[in-house]
Ligand binder design. Structure first.
Ligand code: NDP
Length: 294
């Protein structure tokens, strides 16, 4: 095994810190008569989605939120789902709505996301929240990218003036991450499947963030010595084990700090969902000063 010299970034500990802060602020909101309410909408019976939803439910309960899951069969129609979203939009006890994606075939997830009240869109995917992120206005930010920035903050890594390379340009991870890093005054490069000389571009990164979905694609010799490496990827290998997008052993021998998979970026996603729900509840009830991060 290669001798590892990178600092291991403990995403579980960072996530726990976020969740503790959220719980404390939830207590303050409750003292003002507001219990943050989260509803998770789960359509169909995708086994992975069921696991994610269970974890979200548990985290929300621990945070002190009122949480419930609205389960619907895979046969649910677009109109039925839109009606449910409409009801939840109008329920003053519900501050956050999360529609678990992907939805079963036949349902138009873009239209469902557009139907959400942007103030309750705790996944940060509504076009109004995307626009807020791009224009630097307050809004709800997708949880995984927000978790990456929170990890940097907790590590004491300032992004100002740094070269940040993001591999991946999805609406869920790559693009919002690029915007968040830009807002922190980083010089940002976004790579994708058509990028030429990807290893060469990655070698310029002070902070390299991989959100690709290809197991162990990023090798140690793609990494600038001492760089911070955040591995968003969650991939199931042929042997059943989980792997990130980064080849951990070779990367850890070169990087200055690196997230493991599992136990790195993953736990931050749920923690930031809790932070978003808290912030949504605080802003909707005139308690914006209790929003996360303020
Ligand atoms: P998508 O499939 O939506 O996007 C993948 C991106 O990677 C695309 O922009 C694609 O480029 C790019 N890409 C694919 N192959 C290559 C390649 N060979 N070289 C360079 N770029 C490439 O994935 P997501 O953004 O949704 O997720 C990325 C990974 O993060 C997945 O492993 C996913 O499981 C994980 N994930 C983890 C989360 C967590 O909580 N830790 C949460 C969300 C996702 P192009 O646009 O050109 O096709």
């Amino acid at each position: 095994m290669t001798a590892s010299r990178a600092r291991l970034i403990d995403g579980k500990a960072s996530a726990q810190l976020v969740r503790t802060r959220v719980r404390e602020r939830c207590e303050l909101l409750k003292a003002r008569g507001v219990t943050p309410g989260l509803v998770v909408v789960l359509v169909g019976d995708d086994p992975a989605s069921h696991v994610y939803v269970r974890n979200k439910d548990k985290a929300a309960q621990e945070a002190g939120f009122a949480v419930r899951t609205e389960r619907r069969p895979a046969t649910t129609t677009q109109a039925e789902l839109l009606a449910l979203v409409g009801e939840l939009n109008h329920d003053p006890k519900v501050h956050g709505i999360l529609v678990q994606l992907p939805l079963p075939k036949g349902l138009d997830s873009d239209a469902i996301v557009r139907a959400l009240d942007p103030a309750k869109d705790v996944d940060g995917l509504h076009p109004q929240n995307v626009a807020a992120l791009v224009t630097g206005q307050p809004g709800l930010v997708p949880c995984t990218p927000a978790g990456c920035i929170e990890l940097c903050d907790q590590l004491g890594v300032s992004l100002a003036g740094k070269r940040v390379v993001v591999i991946g340009r999805s609406m869920l991870v790559g693009k919002p991450l690029a915007m968040l890093a830009l807002a922190r005054d980083a010089t940002v490069t976004v790579c994708h499947s058509k990028t030429r000389d990807l290893p060469g571009v990655c070698r310029q990164a002070d902070v390299l963030i991989a959100a690709v979905g290809r197991p162990e694609m990023v090798k140690g010799d793609w990494i600038q010595p001492g760089a911070v490496v955040l591995d968003v990827g969650i991939n199931r290998k042929a042997d059943g084990k989980l792997a990130g997008d980064v080849d951990f052993e070779s990367a850890a021998a070169v990087a200055g700090a690196i997230t493991p998979v599992p136990g790195g970026v993953g736990p931050m996603t749920i923690a930031m969902l809790m932070a978003n729900t808290l912030s949504a509840a605080a802003r909707q009830t005139g308690n914006a000063e209790l929003a996360y991060g303020r």
